[in-house]
Design a binder for this molecule. Structure first.
Ligand SMILES: Cc1cc2nc3c(=O)[nH]c(=O)nc-3n(C[C@H](O)[C@H](O)[C@H](O)COP(=O)(O)O)c2cc1C
Length: 176
């Protein structure tokens, strides 16, 4: 491997005072442990809908284009994922194709954002991304200072990164 894998982490909440930001440091640290290069993109910096922007206008498109893997942090809103995240995904034009995506669900309730994560699967399939298992599911996020201090979450994250690495390396070679 002559250059590090590039990871884009997408923070899927635009809510002021959100809880999902709490999971970002643990993900960035896991990537750093593997010597990956990481960029964090927040949907709040991407306010346009899919229909009011044009190819090339999106300042983050080049970061998406060079990414080898993605992690999407998806809070659960009304048993799905936030509209701002859908707008970002709808603006992609091939940047996700043939790349792995790890999913991190976040919720106030006890199901760990599973419905947000499951809602993303058909979208990622359509973008021709490869969603990996296991997912990381973090419920009761308001009660957690560091979500990855919970052994189950740390274990899920480690396993998810193992899968991301496998697919990121294989698919980078296949795309080149
Ligand atoms: C519009 C809205 C809908 C929500 N719906 C759900 C839900 O269906 N299930 C759930 O467990 N939590 C729900 N929540 C709580 C969020 O999961 C909670 O705010 C959590 O902290 C993650 O979102 P955040 O990163 O924006 O804080 C909802 C929150 C909002 C703002």
């Amino acid at each position: 491997m002559n250059h590090p894998l590039e990871l884009v982490v997408i923070l899927g909440t635009a809510r002021e005072g959100n809880q999902s930001s709490k999971v970002v440091p643990g993900i960035v640290d896991a990537a750093a442990d593997r010597d990956w290069k990481t960029t964090v993109i927040e949907v709040s910096d991407h306010p346009q809908s899919a229909t009011d922007t044009h190819a090339g206008d999106d300042p983050f498109r080049s970061q998406m284009a060079t990414a080898d893997a993605f992690v999407i942090i998806a809070p659960e809103y009304n048993h799905s994922f936030p509209g701002e995240l859908k707008m970002l995904l709808d603006r992609q034009q091939g940047e996700f194709a043939h790349k792995p995506v790890g999913l991190v669900g976040v919720s106030a309730g006890g199901h760990g954002g599973i419905r947000a994560v499951e809602g993303l699967l058909p979208v990622l399939y359509t973008l021709r991304a490869v969603s990996v298992l296991p997912q990381v599911l973090i419920g009761g996020v308001h009660e957690l200072e560091d979500p990855f201090s919970v052994e189950r979450h740390a274990r899920q994250l480690g396993a998810m990164f193992g899968e991301l690495e496998f697919y990121a390396e294989a698919l980078r070679a296949a795309r080149s």
